[in-house]
Design a protein around this ligand. Structure first.
Ligand code: FAD
Length: 285
């Protein structure tokens, strides 16, 4: 089923993200984790894509196997900057053969040294190509605090509108820890004429290390309330896991309370985290 249909037909949705293994040996373990998350009954799941080689080889297979065994709709990610047009076309063919109807079209991060084929500059080019090559439901990424490479938020929003005009059917945000940042972005996106659904991406931070890594990569602002939590519980793994789950669930409850009713969770192959969040939201969903 297409993600846009799910978003249209259901008042509230929760989706979870998993990432594929790096090696064939790692496949079974990650597939088990993904199935455990699927068994919790999310409205759909997403499977990420490595920017070049590595995990990218398993995205289509994991997406297909997850759909086949769990029945949960899946959106498979696809990046383009590290690939040639030929490789991307072949991958799209593989996705089609595997029955994948939903694709998150991404540029991908430019690898250090910048050695890329230069056949794609922006995700909007991939979106356009997907639109022309099949009946896919296409997602795109967006950045409430502005993409790290963009000069300013206005420019970033202008390019986001181009991506939507190229055919992105919905958008999912990068993580944020202050919902005010999302509400402000949503307002600006609507003002800029972006009318497609925008799903907030919520990252439950369950270890201190995870926060450092994620913030370094994305430049996401950590509000004092959350940094106090990490300062207090960061060295106690059980406490940090619980605090991270409660913080993420609290963000989701606030989003629902403000009529943002489709939420994506970066569950990072952790069924216990997905379960913890759904358990708190039990009465609300
Ligand atoms: P784009 O939309 O191309 O934007 C990248 C930058 O280019 C922005 O600064 C934008 O303003 C600018 N830009 C766009 N168009 C133009 C233009 N015409 N002229 C000038 N500048 C322009 N990475 C992975 O490797 N695998 C994944 O599975 C993955 N999943 C993700 C899922 C989500 C929801 C998000 C938010 C990110 C994900 N990423 C993933 C990370 C993503 O690949 C990086 O953030 C990457 O740096 C940008 O990708 P994009 O698709 O947003 O690029």
């Amino acid at each position: 089923m297409k993600i846009t249909e799910i978003l249209k037909n259901k008042e509230k949705t929760i989706s979870f993200e998993v990432f594929p293994p790096k090696t064939t040996e790692g496949y079974e373990g990650i597939f088990q984790k993904a199935k455990e998350i699927a068994a919790l009954g999310p409205d759909f799941m997403s499977v990420t894509y490595g920017a070049g080689g590595g995990t990218s080889a398993f995205t289509a297979g994991l997406s297909h196997d997850l759909m086949a065994e769990s029945g949960v709709p899946v959106i498979a990610h696809l990046t383009c900057v590290s690939s040639t047009k030929e490789t991307v076309r072949e991958t799209i063919e593989v996705y089609r053969e595997k029955g994948i109807k939903n694709i998150m079209a991404l540029r991908g991060d430019i690898p250090e040294g910048g050695a890329v084929p230069h056949e794609y500059a922006h995700a909007s080019e991939l979106v356009r190509e997907l639109k022309e090559n099949g009946d896919f439901c296409i997602g795109g990424a967006c950045y409430p605090e502005g993409h790290v490479e963009s000069e300013n938020k206005k420019e970033d929003l202008k390019h986001l509108k181009e991506k939507v005009d190229a055919g992105a059917d919905f958008l999912t945000t990068q993580m944020f820890f202050d919902n005010g940042v999302f509400y402000n972005f949503l307002y600006r996106a609507r003002e800029a004429g972006i009318t497609v659904p925008i799903l907030p991406g919520i990252m439950p931070v369950t270890t201190k290390k995870q926060l450092g890594r994620s913030v370094a990569m994305s430049g996401t602002m950590v509000p004092p309330r959350f940094s106090a939590i990490v300062d207090c519980f960061g060295d106690d793994p059980k406490a940090m896991e619980q605090a991270g789950i409660v913080y993420a669930a609290d963000q989701i409850i606030d989003l629902f309370a403000n009529d943002v009713t489709h939420v994506h969770v970066y569950s990072m192959n952790k069924p216990e985290v997905a379960f913890g969040i759904l358990n708190i939201l039990r009465g609300i969903l």
